[in-house]
Design a protein around this ligand. Sequence first.
Ligand code: RFL
Ligand code: PHB
Length: 392
Amino acid sequence: MRVQIAIVGSGPAGLLLGQLLHRAGIAAVVIEQRSKDHVLARIRAGILEQISQDLLDAAGVGERMHREGLVHHGIELAFGGRRHRLDLYRLTGGRAVRVYGQTELTRDLMEAREAAGLPSVYQAAEVRVHDFDGERPRVTFRRDGQRHEVRCDFIAGCDGYHGVCRASVPAGALRIYERVYPFGWLGVLADTPPVSDELVYSNHERGFALCSMRSPTRSRHYLQCSLDDRAERWSDAAFWDELRRRLDAETAQALVTGASIEKSMVPLRSFVAEPMRFGCLFLAGDAAHIVPPTGAKGLNLAASDVRYLSRAFIEYYRDHSAAGIADYSAKCLRRVWKAERFSWHMTSLLHRFPDQGEFGHKIQEAELDYLVHSQAAAASLAENYVGLPFED
Ligand code: RFL
Ligand code: PHB
């Protein structure tokens, strides 16, 4: 098989890139190691910045997001037994975020790809990328016992943190920056109404908690937990009890409990691999960087990489210019590091760290108090939360 772009991975980054390229008349194939159902069963992110929404519109898949996604004009911070609202809309001069689950967005993109009859390979085994430092890169894989080869101009490595693309780059060519946090998040999805119209981020002495949602009838909650904890060890009753204890009285009272649909644990990590391009191989999304989920930036950063990458490819084929390709890594990384900073900062502000001591706790309290009483501090958080503007 011969295509212009071989996309490895059918997460949000790979699928969105495929759709944007298709609309520009560029031929791509998506190669994914898992099944469609497996990809769709992963419950992950839930908050879309405006730029991610705009990109879904540009890809022609925004219709259901506009219909079903919930626009949020604010978030709530709970600490010291009270809830404080940050009015994102007012603080940013009219910007907001939209609650729309990664599962839904992935489904919309998969359906659009299928409807357009675009080539995708699911359950591809032994996916390997070759010769990306030359001019004839290839991707090989096995499917139904047969070996396949895709020849292409460029490879887009959209295969997530554990993927094969970053791992195939010679170690000396990569610089890794990493911070592993001494805790994880335990997440529960349930068909219960959300506690509030907006997300509640809670800093509590027992640990961080987040009350989020997927719809007016489906809630998503998280608890800070220790790294050696396991989701299976938590009964639904134990989860709801612990969540209630970490919320202010008003929120705790509004909490409606019910059977969980999904329960999972995720460790928290900050990670950046530099650069994001090696010859004809481009890394995008989680393949290149990870943020702790506290700032809701993971999925949005994947979308922002794809925006730069799709433009670079379109410029290359339409205008015969390699400028976007040459700038890809540097442009992405400027945005990536700002999101890394914000995600690290939100994580540091809201979680209890084993070694923070009384001093560290007092500093957190002071900063939270500053945030809700200073227009300047609140505006800075709000600007980052709704997403920094693009610098093209
Ligand atoms: P994805 O979604 O991981 O997709 C990568 C795809 O590549 C496939 N793959 C391969 N395909 C072919 N060959 C190989 N060798 C392959 N290896 C892997 C995988 O099966 C997969 O289908 O990366 P992408 O597209 O960059 O999208 C990024 C987002 O998924 C990610 O940033 C967010 O979901 C991060 N994240 C969260 N972000 C938030 O903003 N809020 C959250 O609440 C939130 N929760 C999460 C998360 C990430 C998690 N991970 C990665 C463990 C919860 C979890 C559990
Ligand atoms: C989610 O709904 O899964 C979610 C929302 C906000 C975050 C992280 C996760 O900061």
